[in-house]
Design a protein. Structure first.
Length: 344
């Protein structure tokens, strides 16, 4: 008989509160129900994520979202629960982890503590209903992380490149805030850039051509700040701001593409995956697709709503653990700096 697993995933590593139920077999994984809530209006005016607010939000929303996904899933039970236990914001992680353990205990199901970044690594595959295929090279580009991971097998992952300062999403957010596009500003910057032209203003491409596969975005942020000090009109709505945004977006995308090409050449991988919030950006997607093509590889990006943080990716990793009959890990605590792969 085909073994089928119904898994609940809980995600509270940052400001999104998310719960999902997936159904999985060895053949693949399907989302049955999903709920996600975020309150950028509360954090935005404060200029970033406020830990105290996220905790209150998660505490308030988790029971409600869980009831909703269970209803949507037809009231049927589940055999396993997984909750993100790192990396992320410690107080936010603690809420989701405690809630997940309590839910699993009450339902007499097994429990797994899941690495948030492993969820991102799964998302390009599971967003298409498949399990990850190995080996592949993965770029995770989000608000908190910019990581190049050589995924050799399900058991062996190595970090081949990481950011030396800001994450790619953080670079989008900081540059967007400088020109008054709010927080988080990545999507708003992409929209503004559509009306602009690359090359009207000059911004640097840090680390481009470097021997390592590392990233650095703080120089780009500083160059943006200096340019805006000289030409404050670039930060105002009007004709010039789109040009600034187009240049900033192209600079970030080019850096990502160049570092991926370097890593593809070093590792010889033929599949490059892309996940994390920045993977929603079309310019980034196009440049990475081109970089992969030039290295004889294929790009596989997280589809649809799987780019940004979600609970379906956590439920999918949970289901995989259950199918592999891994031992429950009730004893695992929240770990804000939990690494998803071996460091060099
Ligand atoms: O993966 P994610 O939802 O959360 C983290 O784990 O950080 O990523 C959020 C990041 C933010 O920095 C946001 O500005 C960025 O992804 N982002 C984008 C776009 N959509 C989200 N950056 C560029 N273009 C976008 N369309
Ligand atoms: Zn994330």
């Amino acid at each position: 008989m085909v073994k089928k697993v119904r898994a609940v995933g809980i995600e509270t590593s940052c400001d999104e509160t998310a719960v999902a139920i997936v159904e999985a077999t060895e053949q693949g994984c399907m989302v049955i129900a999903e709920e996600l809530a975020t309150r950028p209006d509360e954090h935005g005016p404060l200029g970033g994520i406020v830990p105290e607010l996220t905790v209150r939000q998660h505490l308030e929303l988790l029971p409600r979202l869980t009831s909703r996904v269970r209803e949507k899933a037809g009231g049927n039970g589940f055999s396993v629960v997984g909750a993100t236990s790192g990396p992320g914001l410690a107080p936010a992680l603690l809420v989701g982890l405690a809630f997940g353990k309590a839910l699993a205990w009450a339902e007499k199901s097994s429990f797994y503590a899941i690495n948030h970044l492993e969820g991102h690594l799964y998302s390009p595959f599971v967003s298409r209903g498949n399990w990850p295929m190995y080996p592949h090279l993965a770029l995770i580009a989000s608000g908190g992380h910019t990581l190049l991971v050589d995924a050799v097998s399900s058991q062996e992952r190595r970090i081949v490149g990481t950011t030396r300062d800001d994450a790619a999403g953080e670079a989008f957010d900081k540059l967007a805030r400088m020109v008054g596009l709010g927080y988080p500003g990545g999507a708003a910057m992409e929209k503004e850039a559509q009306k602009g032209e690359v090359g009207k203003y000059a911004l640097p491409r840090p680390m481009k051509g470097d021997e390592s596969c590392d990233f650095s975005f703080s120089g780009l942020k500083n160059a943006g700040r200096l340019l805006l000090e000289k030409q404050p009109e670039l930060a105002l709505p009007g004709l010039d701001r789109p040009h600034f945004c187009a240049e900033a977006q192209a600079a970030i995308a080019e850096c990502l593409a160049d570092r991926c090409r370097q890593a593809l050449e070093k590792t010889g991988r033929k599949v490059l995956t892309l996940s994390g919030g920045v993977s929603a950006n079309q310019t980034v997607y196009r440049m990475l697709e081109e970089a992969a093509r030039r290295s004889g590889a294929k790009l596989l990006a997280a589809a649809g709503g799987w780019n940004t943080d979600n609970a379906a990716m956590i439920a999918a990793v949970t289901a995989r653990r259950a199918l592999d009959q891994a031992d429950s890990n009730w004893e695992v605590d929240a770990d804000p700096r939990w690494s998803v792969a071996l460091r060099p």
